[in-house]
Design a protein around this ligand. Structure first.
Ligand SMILES: *[C@@H]1O[C@H](CO)[C@@H](O)[C@H](O)[C@H]1NC(C)=O
Ligand SMILES: *[C@@H]1O[C@H](CO)[C@@H](O)[C@H](O)[C@H]1NC(C)=O
Ligand SMILES: *[C@@H]1O[C@H](CO)[C@@H](O)[C@H](O)[C@H]1NC(C)=O
Ligand SMILES: *[C@@H]1O[C@H](CO)[C@@H](O)[C@H](O)[C@H]1NC(C)=O
Ligand SMILES: *[C@@H]1O[C@H](CO)[C@@H](O)[C@H](O)[C@H]1NC(C)=O
Ligand SMILES: *[C@@H]1O[C@H](CO)[C@@H](O)[C@H](O)[C@H]1NC(C)=O
Ligand SMILES: *[C@@H]1O[C@H](CO)[C@@H](O)[C@H](O)[C@H]1NC(C)=O
Length: 343
């Protein structure tokens, strides 16, 4: 049988790095994830752009008429690419590119001022299925990748609780100061932002999802944080996980200790909003080992309108800020309305 290149390369590099650094601890899963990422990414940029030239099928406004038919269509697509990646193969063949993804709510738990870091998995409260995630942002106006965006990521931990927010409905261990599973990364020349995180767990009333918020022209301060309310909010979206993946993850430890009732993608308020007839809201993925607990590599291409600004949109709200004095609730504006003010 022909082994995918990333696996043989992983085996070779793992063996040689162990020889090169005797006694050093190696996280095999992490090495595999990184190699897998490089392999997929080598194919990624060029293929995405080649495809872009053929596909101009973007929508012209952000307020689509969305039906659950659109979600059903994407739910029927196979997103599990395990064993289907071949060197320079067809990983992105079924991926739509240059398709505008709807802007939907950032929910009640967005914290401005998070750490700029790729690995958002902290020592505490982050046990779960490792996920190496790559998001490629494409400008629907030009079909070109968008470098220098700052992308905020946040999601609940495997038992359904967000960090950074400590109020009814979500009491984070560590309170407003906690930062687990939150971070910011810039996009590279291929428009790609990459994160080491985990597959989220679920909480009451929501299907499993990961939040992504895009800042354009944001100012980075000397202390390495984003200047409050600088730049534009050019996209606000959520990634969803197909039901097969969700059930595999939920059956594993520690997700299976969560007794809160599961909400399916179909039942979710936002999954159908995130789907359109041309935009698939589900990530694509490969297993990094035989078992789901070894982790997944996941990827998604997201078309955005680089000249749009949702700062004043009702879908955008800042729930809290993280600063030198720790995290604090945004009391400057209604929690679900735009802007947030600077307090
Ligand atoms: C998830 O977060 C909550 C609160 O922050 C914490 O009590 C719980 O132990 C965490 N779950 C895991 C698996 O760490
Ligand atoms: C994904 O595909 C692999 C390989 O066929 C299989 O072992 C695994 O169970 C699948 N997982 C899901 C969630 O469909
Ligand atoms: C970002 O800044 C550039 C250069 O100043 C400007 O042309 C562009 O319109 C800005 N983008 C947004 C979304 O504000
Ligand atoms: C992008 O946003 C600008 C500014 O809001 C708008 O004029 C333009 O129509 C949008 N383009 C697309 C393709 O949605
Ligand atoms: C948002 O509202 C503020 C205050 O009214 C205004 O100064 C700013 O120009 C608005 N931004 C956008 C992108 O509409
Ligand atoms: C970074 O610097 C800004 C501006 O001085 C400040 O408001 C913010 O609290 C600082 N953040 C951190 C985490 O130190
Ligand atoms: C939050 O962090 C700040 C800054 O490090 C610290 O002064 C404050 O005591 C912390 N608050 C809590 C509740 O831990």
């Amino acid at each position: 049988m022909h082994l995918p290149l990333y696996l043989t390369a992983a085996a070779t590099i793992m063996a040689s790095s162990i020889l090169a650094h005797p006694g050093e601890h190696h996280d095999d899963a992490l090495v595999k994830r990184k190699l897998n990422m490089q392999e997929v990414r080598a194919t990624h940029g060029s293929r995405a752009l080649a495809k872009c030239a053929r596909s101009q099928a973007y929508q012209t406004n952000d307020h689509f008429r969305r039906t659950s038919d659109d979600l059903d269509k994407w739910a029927a697509v196979e997103h599990n690419k395990t064993g289907k990646i071949t060197p320079f193969g067809n990983v992105f063949d079924t991926e739509t590119t240059c398709i505008l993804a709807p802007v939907i709510t950032d929910g009640p738990y967005y914290v401005w001022g998070e750490l700029i870091r790729q690995n958002v998995v902290e020592e505490k409260y982050c046990r779960g299925v490792p996920m190496y995630l790559e998001i490629q942002y494409i400008d629907v106006n030009t079909c070109q990748p968008l470098p220098d965006l700052y992308v905020d990521i946040w999601n609940a931990n495997s038992t359904g609780v967000y960090s950074g927010i400590s109020e009814s409905g979500n009491y984070a261990a560590g309170g407003w100061n906690s930062t687990y599973l939150r971070g910011i990364q810039p996009t590279d020349n291929d428009g790609v932002a990459a994160f080491d995180t985990i597959v989220p767990g679920h909480y009451s009333g929501r299907a499993t999802h990961t939040h992504l918020l895009v800042h354009t022209n944001a100012t980075i301060l000397a202390n390495g944080t984003l200047q409050i309310n600088s730049g534009s909010i050019t996209h606000n979206g959520q990634l969803f996980y197909d039901e097969a993946l969700r059930s595999a993850v939920e059956a594993s430890d520690p997700y299976n200790t969560n007794t809160i009732e599961v909400t399916s993608n179909e039942e979710d308020q936002w999954a159908p909003e995130q789907a359109t007839s041309s935009y698939d809201p589900f990530i694509r993925y490969v297993y990094l080992g035989d078992d789901i607990s070894d982790g997944i590599f996941a990827w998604k291409e997201i078309g955005i309108n680089s000249t749009a600004d949702y700062t004043n949109d009702s879908d955008y709200a800042i729930a809290a800020y993280l600063g030198a004095n720790g995290g604090y609730e945004n009391t400057g504006a209604h929690a679900f309305s735009g802007g947030g003010g600077s307090s």
